[in-house]
Design a protein around this ligand. Structure first.
Ligand SMILES: Nc1ncnc2c1ncn2[C@@H]1O[C@H](COP(=O)(O)OP(=O)(O)OP(=O)(O)O)[C@@H](O)[C@H]1O
Length: 219
């Protein structure tokens, strides 16, 4: 009962939170669009049916800004080789995030290059591809929950572990920027690209963790 009402409530809250966040940005544009639309549809349309330009984005990364948001996280070969996979997974589980997919992958050069394609012009790119394709596998993960992309990045810490907060994953386990243990999506667009690159839809699970009402409810 509690869980069921939570699911209904979280859906409403997510919608509400999303509408609030978007409302201020979009109100002027909506008014402008609404006036144009009203001319086309007749004045009644403007009075009774608000027109929204930006619907929440829904992709393989869930719906941005809601409880279904997903992030792609990868434990890199150094994390696997150092046998801290369980510790890293525990951090996300203990925070309350839902594990939606997990697998070990020994990435091909093509996959590693595509994953880091935005960095192709950087001098460290060839070494980065070598590192990710060393032959030791990575652990590819998808996590789901409220604000998981932003919070995931905070939990991972700054790119250079010497600048990562001490409590973060990189700040706890890493020292060198070239061996920084873990990757996490940095935006909804990146999460969409990365989850789609490493997983197909059928590999992503859909279930309700029993503790979620205790983790995500707002009063
Ligand atoms: N100066 C560097 N020397 C060597 N490797 C680097 C350097 N800068 C970044 N890298 C590697 O490239 C990865 C991608 O760099 P990016 O700038 O996208 O940081 P990030 O988003 O924190 O990292 P990631 O994408 O792995 O989560 C880093 O995690 C690190 O492994």
């Amino acid at each position: 009962m509690f869980a069921r009402s939570f699911i209904r409530q979280t859906g409403r809250q997510a919608t509400r939170a999303f509408s609030t966040a978007r409302a201020s940005n979009n109100s002027l544009r909506n008014v402008a669009f609404g006036v144009g639309a009203a001319a086309a549809l007749g004045a009644t349309a403007l009075a009774t049916k608000p027109v929204h330009l930006d619907a929440p984005q829904s992709t393989i990364a869930g719906t941005e800004g809601t409880f279904s948001e997903r992030s792609f996280v990868m434990i890199k070969p150094d994390g696997v080789s150092r046998q801290i996979v369980g510790k890293i997974i525990s951090r996300f589980e203990e925070r309350g995030y839902k594990l939606v997919a997990v697998k070990t992958v020994t990435p091909s050069k093509e996959l590693a290059k595509e994953h880091y394609i935005d960095l192709a012009a950087r001098p460290f790119y060839p070494g980065l591809v070598e590192y990710i394709t060393s032959g030791t596998p990575v652990v590819a993960l998808v996590w789901e929950g409220k604000d998981v992309i932003r919070q995931g990045r905070r939990m991972v810490g700054a790119t250079n572990p010497l600048q990562s907060d001490p409590g973060s994953i990189r700040g706890t386990y890493a020292v060198s920027v070239g061996r920084n243990i873990i990757h996490a999506s940095d935006s909804f667009e990146s999460a969409t690209k990365e989850i789609g690159l490493w997983f197909n839809e059928k590999e992503l699970s859909n279930y309700q963790p029993i503790a979620w009402p205790w983790i995500f409810s707002d009063n």
